[in-house]
Design a protein around this ligand. Structure first.
Ligand code: SF4
Ligand code: SF4
Length: 391
């Protein structure tokens, strides 16, 4: 192929990517990422919390050497889907609800984007007139995908570490296709348009955003704590979660590039699927395993598993502090088969701080045999007793 033909070929592939519903598409090479040392420092500083799969030897090696993932790779196609659906008002009912990060309101993006990428690969083969070998990744492979996206010209990496595009903001999800054919790479996006802005750093309720170099401390980040972290959430961090039960959008919500340029995408695959976008927290506490699986099958929310989501719902109810939640939390404390959920329900009852909670906690203590839950009940009773002394 001549250079002109190669550029036309790349142009056709990008047009087809847009036809398939992707909002951005760029091309880069499989060279080692420039920021790999910063990434290794992020790992060695323990900022990946307990996401061990990111720090193991294989993952480190592959992220540093994309060619070793797929030695035949000559080009990487990077695509982004805009999932922004606009603002959704809280339901008019007086249900107490929890917040879910926007990317998780609709169908599972892994499935949606993989399917679109597979269709795109069919087109690539059709246009090239020969079989093309490829590997597809949707937030799954050991790739530094934001750096690849920046190198493919899709935008810059903001202080909140999200990829930001100057036309549509940062409400996007990334995916990659490693191809065994050469395509002309796009110019990297080298301008940093954050300037002196610090809105995301100032707005982060947990001080998780570090500015020099730009990185997130996962140990503090609500997204990590509500989605990736398994087991009990450290009691010092629970108030930080406020009413987030899956992820956190604060550092994107405040970004001027989103406020000015976010484009509402009426992409049906990312439209909210009931009961999202707002989850009724009392209903969540009543969900058994089969109802959880039925409700969130095909949704990114299932990643937390039942234990994580209802743990988060208990914490959010404690943060709401509404005595209307006492009944639901007391039921959860006495009936839920999962000790992690019972422990967080005990904490939440202690936060609500109503006198009738003391009897409920005492009763639960007499019937509880899990050591960790007993510790939480004791702490909740102590919290209530110290509140009473102050009054
Ligand atoms: Fe902070 Fe939330 Fe952004 Fe995490 S997602 S860095 S907690 S604002
Ligand atoms: Fe950059 Fe400001 Fe957006 Fe943060 S809020 S990512 S500093 S432009």
């Amino acid at each position: 192929m001549s250079t002109k033909e190669e550029h036309q070929y790349a142009k056709k592939i990008k047009e087809q990517a847009y036809n398939l519903g992707f909002s951005l598409c760029g091309i880069t090479t499989p060279e080692s990422p420039l920021h790999i040392e910063e990434y290794h420092k992020w790992l060695s500083d323990g900022l990946h919390a307990d996401m061990e799969y990111m720090g193991n030897d294989r993952a480190r090696h592959m992220r540093a050497n994309p060619k070793d993932i797929f030695p035949e790779c000559k080009s990487i196609l990077v695509v982004a889907s805009n999932y922004y659906q606009g603002e959704f008002l809280h339901p008019s009912s007086d249900a107490i609800s929890g917040k879910v990060a926007r990317y998780a309101w609709g169908k599972d993006y892994h499935t949606v984007m993989k399917h679109r990428l597979q269709e795109l690969m069919g087109f690539v083969e059709c246009v090239s007139g020969k079989p093309v070998r490829y590997r597809l990744y949707v937030d799954t492979g050991p790739l530094l995908e934001r750096e690849l996206a920046q190198r493919a010209g899709l935008g810059w990496i903001g202080k909140n570490t999200m990829l930001i595009n100057h036309n549509i903001g940062s409400w996007t999800l990334l995916a990659e296709a490693m191809l065994d054919i050469w395509l002309p790479p796009d110019e990297p996006y080298i301008v940093d348009r954050c300037g002196s802005c610090t809105f995301c750093i100032d707005a982060c309720p947990t001080d998780a955003i570090m500015s020099d170099p730009r990185r997130i401390d996962s140990n503090k980040c609500i997204s990590y704590l509500t989605i990736e972290h398994r087991g009990a959430i450290n009691s010092d961090r629970r108030s930080d979660l406020d009413d987030w039960v899956f992820g956190c959008d604060i550092c994107q919500d405040v970004c001027p590039w989103n406020n000015r340029f976010a484009m509402v995408e009426h992409d049906v695959d990312f439209a909210p699927v009931y009961p999202l976008p707002h989850l009724d927290l009392h209903n969540l506490l009543q969900m058994d395993q089969s109802e959880f699986s039925r409700t969130f099958s095909g949704s990114p929310v299932k990643r937390t598993k039942r234990s994580g989501l209802i743990r988060n719902a208990s914490v959010a109810l404690g943060n709401h502090g509404d005595d209307k939640s006492i009944h639901a939390l007391a039921n959860s404390l006495s009936e839920d088969p999962d000790p992690i959920i019972r422990a967080h329900s005990a904490w939440a009852l202690g936060k609500i701080g109503d006198k009738k909670v003391v009897n409920l906690l005492n009763c639960a203590r007499d019937n509880e045999d899990d050591v960790d839950v007993l510790v939480e009940i004791k702490a909740a009773l102590e919290e209530l007793s110290s509140q009473e002394k102050k009054q």
